[in-house]
Design a binder for this molecule. Structure first.
Ligand code: F6P
Length: 323
């Protein structure tokens, strides 16, 4: 293999740039040519492909976002779109790919491999940490710390005004962001898709706190837990507790930005290197990850179909610590 391409796709995550830097520099170190593909699969289809050198990735290790830009491509989900992408890769002589992204990115990569046989390795880049085959995804640690910082600030005002705050954090299908935010942020309740908490039990917990003279409370809700999110939960709960003063705060996309933590930079660098080394060794159609600190490669098939567990005990832990 002489020439590889690299792209970032799906929701961006802090550390994608650090990963890109590692991919480019490892490729150059091993004598490969490396091409950046802009805007994920859309750029692959449209031929937004350019040669990268070691210097192309100078001064980006500390930056949030992705210098390659990102997109969720509808066109790549069609056969015609993938044919166009293949034609572009042929034009540029690209023989292997590194995909930095999440579930949707690897679903596309797997399909593309099955149809055209271009070996692809993936680096897990998503704040959601919902990918099977790695303990942590690139961007997760930064996102949790960003959310926790916001929650600490909300706690100040919740305490001053003796209010109940319903705080929504990201995580489309998982409570991975919500759990450390709830435990680290001293919340009374956490609502996550992995362990259902009823509205009635939230009402009971808040009422019990009120009776114990607890003047402010925090409830963390993972966006994927309930349709309508924190606003819906707050409306239902407050109907039963009109004596309490409540507010809703949706932390939102601030969780996707910012400078990556040291943890994310290290993980991103390690997995970027692993993708290029894996391609050189002949691996294909797999995601690089770390489990118990060891490097592992998991087939895309498993990464996208298997569910990464999150212990329901965490919700009890939140309850126990907020007494
Ligand atoms: O997958 C990362 C993520 O931030 C999810 O937590 C969230 O549900 C989704 O992306 C939001 O996507 P978009 O930026 O396209 O609205």
């Amino acid at each position: 293999m002489k020439r590889i391409g690299v792209y970032t796709s799906g929701g961006d995550a802090p550390g994608m740039n650090a990963c890109l830097r590692a991919v480019v520099r490892t490729a150059v170190y091993h004598g490969l040519e490396v091409y950046g593909i802009k805007r994920g699969y859309n750029g692959m289809i449209n031929g937004e492909i350019f040669k990268m050198e070691s210097s192309s990735v100078s001064n980006i290790v500390q930056l949030g976002g992705t210098m390659l830009k990102s997109a969720r491509s509808k066109e790549f989900m069609t056969k015609e779109g993938r044919q166009k992408a293949y034609d572009q890769l042929q034009k540029f002589g690209i023989e292997g790919l590194v995909a930095i992204g999440g579930n949707g990115t690897f679903t596309g990569a797997k399909l593309f491999f099955e149809e055209y046989g271009i070996p692809t390795l993936g680096a897990p880049g998503t704040i959601d940490n919902d990918l099977y085959g790695t303990d942590y995804t690139i961007g997760y640690d930064t996102a949790v710390n960003t959310a926790l910082d916001a929650i600490d600030k909300i706690r100040d005002t919740a305490d001053s005004h003796e209010r109940v705050f319903f705080i929504e954090v990201m995580g489309r299908d998982s409570g991975y962001i919500a759990v450390p935010c709830a435990i680290g942020g001293g919340a009374e309740i956490v609502m996550i898709p992995e362990a259902k908490v009823t509205i009635e039990s939230i009402i009971d917990t808040l009422r019990a706190g009120w009776n114990r003279m607890k003047t402010s409370s925090i409830i963390i809700i993972a966006e994927g837990e309930i349709e309508g999110g924190a606003t819906k939960v707050a409306t239902k709960v407050m109907e039963a507790l009109p004596q309490m003063d409540a507010r809703v705060s949706i932390i939102g996309h601030v969780q996707r930005g910012g400078s990556p933590t040291a943890f994310d930079r290290l993980l991103a660098s390690r997995l970027g290197i692993a993708c290029v080394v894996g391609l050189i060794e002949g691996k294909k159609n797999m995601m690089a990850g770390t489990i118990n600190s060891s490097l592992v490669y998991t087939p895309f098939e498993e990464t996208i179909t298997k569910k990464k567990g999150l212990s329901p005990n965490f919700t009890q832990m939140v309850e126990m610590l907020s007494i």
